[in-house]
Ligand binder design. Structure first.
Ligand SMILES: NC(=O)c1ccc[n+]([C@@H]2O[C@H](COP(=O)([O-])OP(=O)(O)OC[C@H]3O[C@@H](n4cnc5c(N)ncnc54)[C@H](O)[C@@H]3O)[C@@H](O)[C@H]2O)c1
Length: 271
């Protein structure tokens, strides 16, 4: 590995080719725009059309889109024809309101598998040979804080996300010698359609944000785009098999919250 510094300002992804699944809204859309602003040619694969292509075009980036359901068995031809150096496996969802595992309909497990793990295996498997042939690449998997802690009511969702985190580690070890890096981002508390905190948190509860996360909240999709840009670019060229927690500190805090009277507790009296 060259010792030449990579900490140069300017476009971080000039000329790179990226695929972002679920890039029409939320976290995926912010990632697509930030990659394009840094010179990448981005292909978004989403059920919905891309409506916001707002990014600074100075670095020569672009955003194209195909309407695709990533759960289908056939990987879209256009996705492979794009010849990605970067794959962001962003689609993921808990699908149903929380419910005890004992009351689950078993067909829900298959649906959760497809939307959280199955398509990631399929797409990654399809793009890896091309990446290796072209000398390397970066795969970024969106997991969740609940891959690292419990999520009662969403046992199967959290199990598949944890599996995705382990897939990230093991694959990183396998494909590192081919110059392909594989990392995960574990978000929490990001304002999107999937988790619309503006609706979920009534105004009178807003002052409680600092007790829910050390950095307050909610976070915005752009807060995830920055770490994704880092993982996609050469800034992270010696980083693989890892997870960046983009959660305002909830994972690190591990349930500790500040007391109104000062100090901290992990046994809140009025949860
Ligand atoms: N928002 C958060 O706080 C949070 C927390 C934990 C994990 N995550 C993870 O981050 C990722 C993105 O989350 P988000 O909140 O931006 O999601 P979102 O649901 O708000 O947006 C997801 C996008 O994916 C598209 N999509 C959904 N199913 C698809 C399919 N089958 N094929 C193609 N496109 C599809 C949607 O049309 C949408 O554009 C997910 O993997 C999610 O599990 C988010």
């Amino acid at each position: 590995m060259s010792s030449q510094t990579v900490f140069t300002p300017g476009a971080l992804l000039a000329g790179r080719r990226a695929v972002v699944t679920g890039g029409a809204a939320g976290i995926g859309a912010a990632i697509a725009r930030s990659f394009a602003a840094h010179g990448a040619h981005v292909l978004v694969a989403d059920l919905d059309p891309v409506t916001d292509r707002t990014f600074d075009p100075a670095a020569g980036g672009s955003i194209e889109a195909i309407e695709a359901d990533v759960r289908t068995a056939q990987v879209p031809e256009a996705l492979l024809a794009h010849r990605p150096d970067i794959l962001v496996n962003n689609v993921g969802h808990y699908l149903r309101p929380p419910r005890p595992f004992a009351e689950n309909e078993p067909d829900l497990w298959e649906q959760l598998h497809e939307v959280n793990l199955g398509h990631v295996l399929r797409l990654t498997h399809a793009v890896l040979p091309g990446m290796a042939e072209r000398g390397g690449g970066s795969v970024i998997n969106l997991t969740t804080v609940e891959a690292h802690r419990a999520m009662p009511g969403h046992t199967v969702y959290s199990a598949y996300k944890a599996a995705l985190m382990q897939f990230t580690r093991s694959l990183a070890a396998e494909v590192g010698p081919a110059g392909i890096r594989v990392n995960a981002i574990a978000p929490d508390l990001i304002e999107t359609v999937q988790v619309p905190y503006a609706e979920l948190v009534p105004e009178e509860q807003a002052p409680l944000w600092p007790t829910w996360s050390p950095l307050g909240g909610p976070g915005q999709p752009e807060d995830v785009a920055g770490p994704a840009l880092f993982l996609a670019s050469d800034l992270s060229r010696f980083v693989t098999g890892g997870t960046i927690h983009v959660d305002g500190g909830t994972h690190g805090a591990g349930g500790w919250v500040p007391r109104a009277s000062g100090g901290w507790t992990n046994r809140p009296l009025n949860p």
